[in-house]
Design a protein around this ligand. Structure first.
Ligand SMILES: [Fe+2]
Length: 265
């Protein structure tokens, strides 16, 4: 039985019928772990939605947070809420603090949220803006574009450091196959080439350069470790082999139609 993967379900945008279909698909996990790569809903209901998913699967849910999960609140309060959730319901685990998770197929799972950090493309000249700038408190508090970008870079860099720590621990533990769950694609190569999101205007908003640098460095240093990265955020399916031992898969998503996929083997 393959493991299940959910990305960008945006349950706040899904109607009752679509949500019921989604939760029925979640039940197929048969108690195996589910990997969830963010944008569950928004800050007001993210915890309740995680519980609904966990209730449906009956098994553990390992997740990262997406940018939308902070909409309407702050990064600090949402993190506090998911940490408290894990204390109350230990089967629902936010991955950055959860550490290394052995999967039933023998792989080791770890994850960080990731933030689009403007390390690709030109963040100062792109005409595009995400709602992050006004709906996430820490970012909205900065008035200037440069100030908002600085906050995103601090978040991205902290996640990249956490990712480096977890990958090092996995290597020291002798892992040979690692699954990295993250919300924001770490490479521009992971933006579907034919999609509008592949345009350089999108690069500053859709890619986390900080986590990408860590992944490339660790994969190059440890050719014996195979790393599979699963991500969301762009909503465009894309599979790319960055290095012989580093592969990225971005999951397709559509507002109003949450779905369940198989975790790439
Ligand atoms: Fe999303």
């Amino acid at each position: 039985m393959p493991l299940l993967w959910i990305t960008d379900p945006h349950l706040d945008r899904a109607g009752p019928a679509a949500t019921t279909r989604f939760l029925e698909a979640v039940q197929q996990s048969d108690g195996d772990p589910i990997v969830l790569t963010g944008d569950i809903s928004n800050a007001a209901r993210c915890v309740a939605d995680l519980e609904r998913i966990a209730d449906a699967t009956g098994g553990p849910v390992y997740h990262v947070l997406g940018n939308h999960d902070h909409y309407g609140a702050s990064v600090g309060t949402v993190r506090d809420a998911v940490v408290a959730l894990a204390e109350r319901r230990p089967e629902i685990r936010w991955l950055p603090p959860a550490g290394l998770i052995p999967l039933p197929d023998g792989r080791l799972l770890l994850g960080v949220d990731g933030w689009a950090d403007g390390r690709h493309g030109d963040p100062r000249s792109t005409p595009l803006v995400l709602n992050d700038d006004r709906l996430i408190e820490e970012i909205a508090a900065e008035e200037s574009r440069a100030g908002k970008l600085a906050v995103k870079r601090v978040l991205a860099d902290a996640d990249a450091r956490r990712l480096a720590t977890l990958l090092l621990r996995a290597a020291e533990a002798g892992a040979d196959r690692i699954v990295v769950a993250t919300h924001v694609p770490p490479f521009i190569e992971a933006l579907a080439p034919e999609s509008r999101e592949a345009h350089p205007h999108w690069h500053p908003l859709l890619v986390c350069g900080a986590t990408g640098s860590v992944l490339r460095r660790v994969a190059a240093r440890h050719p014996g470790i195979t790393i599979t990265v699963v991500a969301g955020h762009s909503h465009r399916a894309c599979q790319v082999q960055l290095l012989p031992n580093l592969r990225v898969e971005v999951g397709e998503a559509r507002y109003g139609a949450p779905r369940v996929m198989r975790l790439p083997s």
